[in-house]
Design a protein around this ligand. Structure first.
Ligand code: SF4
Length: 743
């Protein structure tokens, strides 16, 4: 008789997006058979989506990187870890001695932020090398929030969030939590939570160029022309002051700059801005009145605002609305969470994420100790001191996610050394000299990633620990171990500390001896346990004993202002000089908007089955009709082109043209077209499924370089781009990831 199957249930949490859903995993003889949402999870309460529930299939792709690879004569050949580490280490020593430490750069992608140890060790590696050449994917989607928060609240990670559980009026601008989940806030089950607001008599108003999935469950949807949010917020503030909707007493007690903001917005009446936003003055006044009448109201924005060209100013003005209306630090308004430690005070005291470096190209200020991705190609291609000669790419795929990928590809091809740490052979990996195989999230132990842990950006604060659910395949290793070994090989101790390097190496050796024959690794659970103990939360094992998570104290109102603001004077700075100066120049931007009113504006659009650039390699997510992205057009715009459903269109920006099939969509504001991002994998031959998809990379249409990116935060403009759309004609103009026309 065959032996009975051994069935086991384990609990973990998803590390694909910020919802961090609690999951229940069934293992049969040690292999994952099924993943379900954990109904008993203290915060996520049985919520999950198809990506999280099928991640074991996604992560067990035959295309997964399983061995270190070195490019020889254009081909990636298998090498040992010892060879990869020693050769990379030798090349780093050589580059450091010939140039400067800053000649070695690192690009950190979003995936790095979903583990605790990965970003800490990646930064420790760069500190050991003595390089400040860090680039982060945040400058594609959220650096504006960090840059503004540092000026307004004193620390980039001080990010007030809407009190979703108690608000009576939630105004969501340029965000679609029903599909993308929330950002800078962990909330489970967005549809349920938005309905709860309405069930208790509150209002949810969505302001967006598309009637999004979120707009469909909101109380009301208002169209806005892409890229004009900053003018909407200016008029919102102007009207707020005009109707006496400012809590002047609270502003006087806890803030500076209210009068300056009032002067600044004085001329931006709803009548004036309606011309570019498309929002009628009466409608804007009605929204402001509803906001004022609510007992607890909040405005929230995300990528649609962040990436639209004025992300910093727009977010700053939105924060001014939340603060000046008296809703900051108020139940039902916006709250500032507490993490497991007072990270803002720690950061300010120790200079963590507070460096004031200047980029060589363009003189951009660093944000969170990183430079804008939009100048990375220039930093590689421009000769001179500190020119980037070597690049590490960790947890990201910049050739698909950054602006002007064609130019970036040419820059990468010119590097002396490109090392990619990833789970799959991406487009970026296809150019790398060395590719190092990493474990996937379910193959490693962890805590909820750094945002909730350090900052309490959770609507329901909790802690959770997970063990690795699946073992590594072959020679895959976690990034912390990889950076420890590379630091040793390069003769550049992690964190610049020989003691730390030695202690971690010794811990790795001991742990690996105990693991007998498996891939060597640092004791990840031990390090996570030390982190928990250092913050007074007991050890890792104790937290594991609470498999559905451990609730932490709820957020409270009146817990931030006058107590935890880390500016020099402890007040919220509503009118930082750099932001005020930039706002005074908005007249010119307004005139440009008016001058280009007749042109189509391109926005991005997230699809349920895909996640940024990396879930297209799973057949089920891209089967049949889902095997390409489409250009969505309002029927009126399509008729004018003229284009019909299914026909091919050439979409042209100032810098590129892509060819893509059209789909008409009534839910778009006329004058707006939408193209989902993350596509364009045709040259990633190692991705056997994704390379057969037909979509195009929308970011080819976006410009990079110092003149194209936003000055305050270094954000690239990836939405609200003026484009022309016409029926496809002439030779195939579809762009590959390299930006070169296909033959
Ligand atoms: S919403 Fe989906 S992808 Fe995001 S954490 Fe939950 S299961 Fe994972």
């Amino acid at each position: 008789m065959p032996a009975a199957e051994s069935i086991e249930t384990r609990h973990t949490f998803c590390r694909i997006c910020e919802a961090l859903c609690g999951l229940e995993v069934t293992l049969a003889d040690g292999a994952i058979r099924q993943i379900r949402p954990d109904p008993e999870h203290v915060a996520t309460r049985g919520f999950g989506c198809m990506k999280g529930l099928k991640q074991h299939k996604l992560f067990s792709s035959p295309d997964r990187l399983r061995h270190p690879g070195k490019r020889v004569d254009g081909e990636l050949v298998r090498v040992s870890w010892e060879q990869a580490n020693s050769e990379i280490g030798a090349r780093l020593k050589d580059i450091r001695s010939r140039f400067s430490p800053d000649a070695i750069a690192m690009y950190v992608g979003t995936a790095a932020g979903f583990g605790v140890l990965h970003p800490i060790f990646a930064q420790g590696f760069m500190t050991g090398l003595g390089s400040k050449s860090m680039y982060a994917s945040a400058t594609q989607d959220c650096s504006n929030k960090f840059a503004v928060a540092r000026q307004v609240y004193g620390f980039p990670f001080t990010q007030p969030f809407p009190d979703v559980d108690h608000t009576q009026c939630l105004i969501i601008v340029g965000a679609n939590p029903v599909v993308s989940k929330w950002s800078f806030l962990q909330v489970s089950n967005p549809i349920e939570r938005l309905r709860e607001i309405q069930q208790r008599g509150g209002r949810v108003i969505v302001v967006d160029p598309r009637r999004t999935e979120t707009a469909k469950v909101a109380s009301e949807h208002v169209f806005i022309r892409p890229g004009t949010d900053v003018f909407f917020f200016l008029s919102f503030l102007q009207e707020m002051f005009a109707i006496g909707g400012v809590d002047r007493a609270k502003a006087a007690d806890f803030m500076t700059g209210a009068e300056e903001v009032e002067r600044l917005v004085g001329s931006w009446t709803p009548e004036r801005t309606a011309e570019v936003t498309g929002i009628a003055p009466e409608k804007l006044r009605e929204i402001v009145a509803a906001h004022r009448a609510a007992r607890g109201a909040a405005l929230y924005c995300s990528t649609g605002v962040n990436m639209g060209g004025h992300g910093s100013l727009a977010f700053w003005l939105m924060e001014c609305i939340n603060a000046l209306s008296g809703n900051l630090d108020r139940r039902g308004g916006t709250l500032v969470g507490r993490g497991v430690m007072d990270f803002p005070r720690f950061g300010v005291k120790n200079g963590v994420l507070m460096r004031d470096d200047r980029s060589r190209v363009g003189g951009f200020s660093s944000v969170n100790d990183a430079f804008p991705g939009g100048i990375l190609a220039d930093e590689i291609l421009t000769p001179g001191p500190r020119q980037v000669r070597a690049l590490f790419v960790t947890g990201g795929n910049p050739l698909l996610t950054m602006a002007n990928a064609g130019r970036l590809a040419r820059a990468f091809e010119s590097l002396e050394l490109l090392v990619v740490l990833d789970i799959l052979p991406t487009e970026t990996a296809s150019l790398a000299h060395y590719v190092l195989p990493c474990t996937a999230p379910i193959q490693r132990p962890d805590l909820p990633f750094i945002f909730p842990l350090m900052l309490g950006l959770q609507s329901k604060p909790y802690l959770q620990a997970t063990r690795a659910i699946a073992p590594p395949d072959d020679e895959q290793r976690d990034e912390a171990t990889i950076y420890l070994d590379l630091a040793r090989a390069a003769g550049a101790p992690l964190f610049g500390s020989r003691v730390a390097q030695w202690a971690l190496q010794a811990a790795k050796w001991l742990h690996s001896v105990r693991r007998r024959g498996r891939q060597p690794e640092i004791p990840q659970e031990l390090l996570l346990s030390l982190l928990l103990r250092a913050t007074g939360n007991g050890g890792f094992a104790k937290l594991l004993a609470e498999p559905h998570g451990r609730l932490r104290p709820d957020h409270r109102e009146s817990d931030f202002l006058g107590q935890r603001v880390v500016t020099d004077d402890g007040r919220v700075h509503l009118a930082p000089p750099q932001l005020v100066d930039a706002a005074h120049k908005l007249d010119a931007a307004f005139d440009r908007e008016r001058a280009t009113a007749g042109r189509l504006r391109l926005i991005t659009k997230r699809q349920v089955a895909t996640h940024n650039s990396w879930t297209h390699n799973f057949e089920e997510f891209v089967a049949g009709d889902r095997g390409t992205n489409h250009l969505y057009m309002h029927p009126q715009d399509a008729a004018r082109a003229p284009l019909a459903d299914g026909e091919l269109a050439d979409v042209s920006s100032e810098i590129a043209t892509v060819r893509v099939p059209v789909r008409t969509l009534f839910e778009l504001m006329p004058g707006t077209v939408a193209l989902p991002h993350g596509w364009g994998h045709q040259r990633a031959t190692g991705l056997s499924v994704a390379s057969r998809t037909r979509g195009v990379n929308v970011n080819l249409l976006a410009a990079d370089g110092p003149d194209a990116i936003e000055r305050i935060s270094g954000m690239a403009r990836l939405t609200g781009i003026p484009v022309d759309v016409r029926p496809a004609s002439g030779p195939q103009a579809t762009q590959s990831w390299s930006g070169l026309p296909e033959a």
